[in-house]
Write a protein that binds this ligand. Sequence first.
Ligand code: PLP
Length: 388
Amino acid sequence: MHIAQRMKLLGTETAFEVLVKARALEAQGRHIIHLQIGEPDFDTPANIRNAAKVALDKGYTHYGPSPGLPELRKAIAEYMTKHRGVQFNPNQVVVTPGGKPIMFYVIMVCVDPGDEVIYPNPGFPIYESVINFVGAKPVPLALKEETGFRFDIEDLRKLITPKTRMLILNTPQNPTGGILTKDDLKQIAELAVKHDFIVLSDEIYSRIIYDGFTHTSIATLPGMAERTIILDGFSKAYAMTGWRLGFGVMPESLVPQIAQLQINATSCTASFSQIAGVEALTGPQDEVDKMVAEFKRRRDVIVDGLNAIPGVRCHKPLGAFYVFPNIKAIGKPSKVVADYLLNEVGVAALSGTAFGAFGEGYLRFSYANSVENIQIALDRVRTGLAKL
Ligand code: PLP
């Protein structure tokens, strides 16, 4: 079968490949601790599951409007108004199968070949993949461990050119767990307005934050409402990865274009998933709070455990459920260390380079696993690295 040339431009997400390798080792009888996965290990809360069951029986089994069911778009607008602190209306919302399509759609709709897109590196690999796919130029912006994996505003300033069309932000961030402060966002917003570029703000981890930090969306800052697309969704906050339910909140004028692309790609998002989404946003939120409290407990265990291992240094992140320890003192490439941990030690983690070139010298561990398993993994990593 002929494969189109453009496929050479498309990247991937290594987490899925590592999962396949780990499963293959398990099929051979090996015991693997999964710290590579980017999804909560909790069940979707019962009230949300029940809402979907009722929706199925009520006939929410058909196509719906491409930008989303009106009741969910309304619930999302109200939720975003409450959580972001500025007014959003339902006509600004497009519901998608997971948050990921928003990246694809927004870059397809807003970025021309030859345009430049600045994106965080290390960062979610799909950004760079899609920027390449549309024939634009990916411009990596280095995140720095010294500042808790924020980036230097001066570095950003230097990367802006007349061709800069878009900046992608992700806070709290995958893979580092880093966050951008309100002051960072203010400075970024000033640059966006001055140089007239748009911002794709990936806020999928905005509910998973610790130590009293409060999330700010760049969309709420002066001049930004008309140039920001917020990506958010249900996968992480409500442990709903398999439901494929996410959304974008954007200037109203962009909605018809994004919806048209969705008509071409998937028609719409599953109707009963959307009804479950209404329950997620409007029902009790205590399960989310419990999940975040448990993630915090695990974060403290894994950060302390990693910092006690010779050759490893781990920053304590303020968001998401990942840690990004520095392993430069081990003196081996990150990919070699990650492969060794999987094949010889029985711990599935990702090489920092799975998130871009600036991830060299780091590993990513997800702590979406029990404290007991995290402790076993830490023991294995400690013993394993001592032998490497
Ligand atoms: N954005 C980031 C930074 C992510 O880490 C992920 C998932 O891992 C997504 C978006 C996409 O999430 P979804 O499962 O809703 O498509």
